[in-house]
Design a protein around this ligand. Structure first.
Ligand code: GLU
Length: 321
């Protein structure tokens, strides 16, 4: 009798719990980048870990493909809950120092969650293009990247410092990251420029489909950019990572970061952060660009907006702050 009664109660509770879960489920959207970049992999990995725990926290996660600037603007206008963004564009959005990209001015409610992988400013040229250094891009056909991407926005910063305009190239195309390797190998452009983590699918595709090489971006202009701004640093892309480029490549770069706003609840950000760091070994194995990530650096480096309260809650629980 007792057992039977318990069974009925459990069944009723189960039904009640089920209906509560079904109505309370929260769908969150993470802004990432093109499918052949690394942001898309970051968003995919985070969503996979979050979605493993949906029955516990009722959060379901999906991800989109815009790029840094689009992601930050998407968070601001409420289309996105979280997003991946380059450290330079996180800085400019928070401080209001790039009104052409963030027309609404300083985004004081922007919050940092953690930083992810390094992203070198990467130039790949066709081997037959005659391009051996960054300055050789002048007069060539160059894919500068799609508007909305941080990669394009950072290229515009470098171009301005170099004294270049779009007319400095015989062709400036704005193909997105997924389209650019094919354009290079179909000989529609001589070079592609992409600020991205390594190894990246799109750079692998460009260097294996046709003869192409990674080009050094090392001159007074980028060295000054790196020394004047905390969100840039000189860096190298290891030789041997891509076919045709056996020596280390010197360039400058940014860091990929994960951001949200104060409009994303403390509980949501806490659960997302917990899904990543409770399963950190699994996360690091999800893409080779994550292999060297370290928790202590991720919660500190490359972050210019304040940390989100939900992230702080988790980091304190772990004794990291
Ligand atoms: N850094 C690039 C951007 O913000 C995206 C790189 C990637 O897709 O991994 O547009």
């Amino acid at each position: 009798m007792m057992i039977k009664k318990l069974g009925v109660t459990a069944a009723l509770m189960g039904a009640a719990m089920f209906s509560t879960a079904a109505t309370a489920e929260e769908n969150i959207v993470i802004g990432t980048g093109g499918e052949t970049g690394v942001y898309y992999q970051v968003g995919g990995a985070i969503c996979r870990l979050v979605n493993r725990g949906t029955s516990d926290h009722d959060i379901k996660c999906t991800h989109t493909t815009g790029g840094s600037v689009a992601n930050i603007n998407g968070i601001r206008n409420g289309d996105l809950d979280l997003g991946v963004a380059q450290s330079d564009w996180q800085y400019h959005a928070y401080n209001g120092t790039a009104p052409d990209k963030f027309p609404e001015g300083a985004f004081g409610d922007l919050r940092a969650v953690f930083s992810v992988h390094p992203e070198p400013f990467t130039v790949v040229a066709r081997a037959d293009s005659g391009i051996t250094k960054f300055e050789d891009l002048v007069g060539k056909r160059v894919n500068v990247g799609n508007p909305g991407s941080g990669a394009r926005a950072t290229m515009e910063v470098v171009m301005e410092k170099m004294g270049w305009t779009m007319d400095s190239f015989s062709l400036a195309s704005d193909l997105n990251s997924k389209e650019q390797a094919a354009a290079l190998c179909d000989n529609k452009v001589d070079a592609i420029v992409f600020t991205v983590g390594h190894p990246a699918g799109t750079i692998k595709e460009a260097t294996t489909t046709c003869d192409s090489v990674l080009i050094d971006v090392d001159n007074d202009v980028v060295q000054k950019l790196a020394s004047d701004n905390a969100y840039y640093a000189m860096t190298t892309i290891p030789g041997g990572m891509y076919k045709g480029t056996d020596n280390d490549v010197t360039t400058f770069g940014v860091g990929a970061t994960f951001v949200a706003s104060t409009a994303t609840s403390e509980e949501t950000v806490y659960q997302v952060v917990k899904a990543v760091f409770d399963n950190f070994d699994r996360f690091k194995k999800m893409h080779p660009a994550f292999a060297n990530l370290e928790e202590a650096k991720m919660i500190k480096n490359n972050l210019s907006a304040p940390l989100h309260d939900g992230a702080v809650k988790y980091y304190k629980e772990r004794g990291w702050m």
